[in-house]
Design a binder for this molecule. Structure first.
Ligand code: RIB
Length: 287
């Protein structure tokens, strides 16, 4: 089977991660954290996950012309993701995510968008022939224009949540949300023409078509170290599995297993699993 080709139109960040004894409440200072830096950004994470799971991937996005850009793009380049659509903007800073992670793997994320806030619809390719995957860390008008120019399969991960026009939701073949995003989406979910996947954290995920649940999957039991980027891995894996023609139940199980595996390792991109590891875990071989 030829590997599906996917264009990811999305963000590139450098993640600065503090693993801490607890996450701070507003106004609280927590000491005793250890610091790491990883490539991140929902767009870049999903591009890397797609590549590691077997897709042919092109990323379209923006970074600054600073040293953070090299660090943020390093794993994507190493995995053979086509970065010809990623422009380095002179005088701009690369996006940065400040991430706190607690011992249970829960996180808090603050994003300074930098160059991710700069693209306009005029910068996009006029026609998108590959499958398209977008998240909402770029300006919404860019996401809307990308969807309008797509000729094939369209997947939208509504994270972080923002309302999209009904025409955009109605064009999507797949929409992925977590429970909070599903609540925010509300009755607009009825306008989703394709599949709607709702992730439930450790409880797995459900897939709906035209309001009817077509599949439900639970993840395998794993030791969670860091849940950062698990939603990105889920979105990439589900998109790829549906493009490969897998039935809803099998596709959802593949995505839940890939996402669970990603939580067993620290960082978003360093934790993106390879296809062989996901398939091994699906057949009962533990991480
Ligand atoms: O989904 C996880 C990602 O969200 C992190 O990598 C961070 O960069 C933020 O964009």
């Amino acid at each position: 089977m030829t590997a599906p080709s996917v264009l990811v139109v999305g963000s590139v960040n450098l993640d600065i991660v503090a693993s801490a004894p607890s996450l701070p409440r507003p106004g609280e200072t927590v000491i005793g954290a250890t610091l790491q830096r990883h490539p991140g950004g929902k767009g870049a994470n999903q591009a890397l996950a797609l590549a590691r799971l077997g897709g042919r991937v092109r990323l379209w996005g923006r970074t600054g012309d600073d040293a953070f850009a090299d660090e943020a793009l390093a794993l994507l380049a190493a995995e053979g993701v086509d970065l010809s659509g990623v422009a380095r903007l002179p005088g701009e800073t690369t996006g940065v995510a400040l991430i706190g992670v607690d011992p249970g793997g829960e996180n808090q994320i603050l994003v300074a968008s930098g160059a991710n806030a700069r693209p306009t619809p005029a910068d996009l390719p006029p026609v998108i022939r590959e499958a398209l995957l977008c998240q909402l860390e770029l300006p919404l008008e860019v996401v809307e224009a990308a969807v309008a120019r797509a000729q094939g399969f369209v997947a939208l991960n509504l994270a972080p949540f923002a309302p999209l026009p009904a025409a955009c939701l109605g064009r999507a073949d797949l929409v992925v949300v977590n429970q909070l995003e599903a609540e925010a989406l509300g009755t607009a979910a009825q306008g989703v023409r394709g599949a709607l996947a709702v992730t439930l954290g450790g409880a797995g995920a459900r897939l709906y078509r035209q309001g009817r649940m077509t599949a439900e999957a639970r993840p395998p039991e794993v030791q969670v170290v860091d849940a950062t980027g698990a939603g990105d891995v889920f979105t990439a894996a589900l998109t790829l599995a549906l493009l490969e023609g897998k039935a809803d139940g099998e596709a959802l199980r593949f995505a839940c297993t890939a996402a669970a595996l990603s939580t067993t390792r620290p960082g978003a991109q360093p934790a993106c699993p390879r296809r062989g590891d996901v398939e091994a875990l699906m057949s009962g071989v533990g991480p």
